[in-house]
Write a protein that binds this ligand. Structure first.
Ligand SMILES: NC(=O)c1ccc[n+]([C@@H]2O[C@H](COP(=O)([O-])OP(=O)(O)OC[C@H]3O[C@@H](n4cnc5c(N)ncnc54)[C@H](OP(=O)(O)O)[C@@H]3O)[C@@H](O)[C@H]2O)c1
Length: 341
């Protein structure tokens, strides 16, 4: 360990196998200042299969404090990506809140130089009020959206855990992350989920017969996208301690709507008037037995757009992909996955 500290940074990463984790590790693998990467998630994973040479992987749960302490021992920087995104209801609270607390407290106890944490635009809680959200807006979360509430609470947990320690925190708040390795956006559209389960021949029919083309609702609300490689470059800036510690919004240039997404997919959209979205959200809020995913309606009720000037100014962050390019790449990759076998 002493040798690796002398030659470069040792970086411990929770959740290195996810949509952000894989492109991020690939970026760290190419970073001269990083000599050793230790990754931990629950399922089996082979870093060698991805051509990663500096990365050692171990299986472990962030809820297991001893496993977390062992992961971060001797790390210069601890990056926390492990989280439950979909299905972030009460059942996942312990992973998101207590798991994160374990990671942050262990990082401070191990005297890591920095913690880099991937929070989210959702931490702001989808505030009303128009205009671009800057990092000065308090991250209060949304009481009806568990993921948003968890994201806000975890930022507080981070402050508590690092208070009085010598460990700095870089907190990144990306908008929806997309790109060829991040199909979550496309996969969460209900039709796509259904079509993925259809036999190949039936799916081919759906693709060819225009009248059967799927329809997705478009509330007309603009949203931002950020490419996973651009998130990776921002996280990397945090790992290297560029600029100064603090919170940073991340979004690619430009905005899109569900209509743009449907156009890319070759789907139809039906406009959903504001009132219908509002009414649906009210209904969702009153039905505790609905799946957690339904609470995502909160995310499309009103525009939630972020200002990214701070990351550009202090971290010299230069996202290479705008929203439309990111959308195009995401759909092109997802379309390949949806082709009939
Ligand atoms: N994707 C987005 O659009 C987006 C946008 C904004 C912010 N973020 C944030 O960025 C972070 C990473 O997101 P992602 O998209 O990469 O998520 P993801 O694709 O769902 O990956 C989650 C990662 O965490 C691991 N994990 C989950 N539970 C764990 C546990 N109990 N112990 C150890 N590892 C665990 C998973 O592996 P195993 O399941 O094998 O354990 C996987 O490596 C999250 O904090 C997320 O909230 C994501």
């Amino acid at each position: 360990m002493a040798a690796s500290r002398a030659t470069g940074l040792t970086v411990a990463v929770t959740g290195p196998t996810g949509e952000i984790g894989k492109p991020f590790i690939a970026a760290l693998e190419r970073t001269r200042e990083v000599s050793r990467i230790l990754g931990m998630a629950r399922r089996p994973f082979d870093p060698g299969a991805h051509g990663w040479k500096k990365t050692e992987y171990r299986r472990g749960d962030v809820l297991d404090r001893a496993a977390v302490e062992s992961l971060v021992a001797g790390a210069d920087v601890v990056v926390h990506l492990a989280f439950v995104i979909l299905g972030a209801g009460d059942g996942s609270r312990h992973v998101n809140i207590e798991g994160s607390r374990n990671v942050f407290e262990a990082a401070a106890a191990a005297k890591a130089k920095r913690v880099v944490y991937a929070s989210s635009v959702a931490a702001y809680g989808f505030p009303d009020g128009g205009g671009l959200i800057t990092e000065d807006v308090p991250a209060l979360g949304h009481p009806r959206h568990p993921y948003s509430a968890h994201k806000a609470e975890v930022e507080e947990v981070l402050d508590e855990a690092l208070a009085g320690s010598g460990t700095d925190a870089y907190v990144f708040r990306p908008c929806i992350v997309a790109g060829p390795q991040a199909p979550l956006l496309v996969n969460q559209i209900p039709y796509v989920r259904l079509s993925g389960r259809l036999p190949g021949a039936v799916r081919a029919l759906f693709d060819q017969v225009p009248v059967l083309r799927p329809v997705i609702p478009d509330p007309g609300v603009p949203f931002q996208l950020v490419h996973h490689d651009d998130v990776a470059s921002a996280l990397k800036a945090g790992v290297l301690g560029r600029g100064e510690p603090g919170a940073y919004n991340l979004a690619g240039a430009g905005e899109i709507t569900m209509r743009d997404l449907a156009d890319e997919l070759g789907y139809y959209t039906v406009p959903v008037p504001d009132l219908a979205v509002e009414a649906t959200a009210e209904v969702v809020a009153r039905l505790p037995f609905l799946p957690d995913e339904a609470t995502w309606i909160e995310a499309v009720r009103r525009p939630v757009l972020m200002d990214t000037a701070k990351a550009r100014r202090l971290l010299r962050w230069r996202p290479r992909h705008d929203a439309r390019e990111t959308l195009h790449e995401t759909v092109a990759a997802a379309r390949g996955d949806l082709q009939p076998a």
